[in-house]
Design a protein around this ligand. Structure first.
Ligand SMILES: Cc1cc2nc3c(=O)[nH]c(=O)nc-3n(C[C@H](O)[C@H](O)[C@H](O)COP(=O)(O)OP(=O)(O)OC[C@H]3O[C@@H](n4cnc5c(N)ncnc54)[C@H](O)[C@@H]3O)c2cc1C
Length: 402
């Protein structure tokens, strides 16, 4: 039986089997799996409350869609969202082209309350003995046996295996010698900004994606309905597409007030709060493990480059890293098994998604051309691209364009 966090520290000193840096979906999914297997786990999370403040559109495809999108993932139970964490359910996605053409396809998704979702993961991990320290910004100090993690070297505790789950950019991955810094090319990172809007009259069961080079250059805009007249409304942009004199906040205001379609949907709405963050959109790091460290979720670049979705891939990679750690302790299997597992289970989808992001990079700055291309592709092929599949008959074209 695992020993509970406080008791474990007293009985065994400050030594853990696994230390997880970051208590987001990736870190908590790892902690949950590890604690269920009886390993002694510590999580450090710098936020004072798990999942708060929310920095996310909270769009979370339902399990049936994930089974279709990533059919090789062996344990999709990790993505179960408890009913109390679901604010709203959407039945379709509608993409709006630069000139206002609409393409809608069915796609089931929950809109989460990430605070409740992450608290739930944390509660289960704690119930199995994981020791979760919130409000602590931790740093990794490597040694040959894993390393020390804590707010300072003096206050650090030791772990045999370390999981970097501290999002993007990951200080932990960088200190472990993983190629985190090499990642940060200007096309590789999206900057996102979002309002939670209230008093809206938007359709509650359709999530909308807006391709609008004027107000979301290099990315897209979104309206994700959260129920009760609320919606997450935001834009993602990439630096090379942005004219120097544009400020991201002005771009979001432009999207809300001037995008021909979005401005009608959002009329009368109020802005309740604003968040912003950056996101890696260039696929996984070229190496996601070292002898004693594994990187998961955003820290490892595990975000779908065409749609920016990263909650599910964080949960999946957190779970796979935990499985690799268990095998490391039980059978001395090297941590390279983690990279082999994610490549086998989601590698192809990550690769396809990156290829299509690179292909669309070539046209997305040109509103007219982009619009034309979307119309030529039609709804089915657009749906494939958004969902990280190469559309039938377009493989060669996409590769040439990329
Ligand atoms: C505006 C925006 C909208 C998004 N919308 C969606 C969406 O609708 N759907 C979707 O699937 N994805 C979305 N994403 C992406 C998604 O939020 C991430 O991919 C996902 O949260 C990754 O989970 P993670 O656990 O890897 O990282 P994170 O969620 O970033 O968690 C990392 C955690 O580590 C903590 N941390 C960092 N450094 C330290 C440290 N030194 N010590 C202790 N703790 C530390 C952070 O506080 C954080 O809680 C969005 C991202 C943004 C920015």
């Amino acid at each position: 039986m695992p020993i509970s966090g406080a008791a474990a520290t007293t009985l065994n000193g400050s030594k853990y089997d696994v230390i997880v840096v970051g208590g987001g979906p990736g870190g908590l999914s790892a902690a949950l799996h590890l604690s269920q297997k009886g390993l002694k786990v510590k999580v450090f999370e710098k936020k004072k409350i798990l999942g708060t403040p929310v920095r996310c559109g909270e769009y979370f495809p339902v399990k049936a869609e994930m089974e279709r999108l990533v059919p090789r993932v062996k344990n999709l139970d990790v993505i179960d969202a408890p009913p109390e964490s679901v604010d709203n359910t959407c039945r379709s996605i509608r993409l709006i082209s630069p000139r206002g053409h609409e393409f809608e396809f069915s796609f089931g998704a929950y809109i989460l309350d990430r605070h409740i979702f992450e608290s739930h993961l944390g509660d289960i991990a704690r119930s199995h003995g994981a020791d979760i320290d919130i409000g602590v910004q931790a740093h990794y100090f490597p040694d040959d046996q894993g390393g020390w993690v804590g707010p300072t070297r003096e206050k650090a505790v030791h772990g045999d295996v370390i999981i970097a789950a501290d999002g993007y950019p990951s200080e932990t991955a960088e200190r472990a010698g993983l190629p985190e810094r090499a990642y940060a090319g200007p096309y590789a990172v999206a900057t996102n900004i979002e309002y939670l809007m209230t008093d809206l009259n938007v359709e509650q069961d359709v999530a909308e994606m807006y391709m609008d080079p004027r107000y979301s250059p290099g990315g897209y805009g979104w309206i994700i309905p959260k129920g009760q007249g609320r919606a997450n409304v935001g834009i993602g942009i990439r630096e090379p597409y942005v004219r120097r004199d544009w400020q991201i906040r002005d771009l979001l205001t432009g999207f809300i007030e001037k995008n021909t379609v979005a401005s009608k949907r959002l009329v009368g709405g109020n802005k309740a709060s604003m968040i912003g963050d950056s996101l890696p959109v260039d696929g996984p790091l070229s190496r996601t493990y070292s002898d004693r460290v594994m990187a998961v979720g955003d820290a490892a670049g595990m975000v779908m480059p065409t749609n920016g979705g990263g909650i599910q891939t964080a949960l999946i990679t957190g779970d796979l890293a935990a499985e690799a750690a268990v095998n490391y302790f039980e059978h001395q299997t090297p941590l390279s098994s983690y990279e082999a597992s994610w490549k086998e289970q989601i590698g192809l989808e990550m690769e396809n998604s990156k290829l299509m992001r690179q292909a669309s990079d070539k046209v997305m700055a040109h509103g007219f051309l982009f619009d034309l291309m979307l119309r030529m592709m039609g709804t089915k092929k657009i749906a494939d691209v958004i969902m990280c599949q190469i559309p039938g008959g377009m493989g060669t074209f996409m590769r040439l364009l990329a």
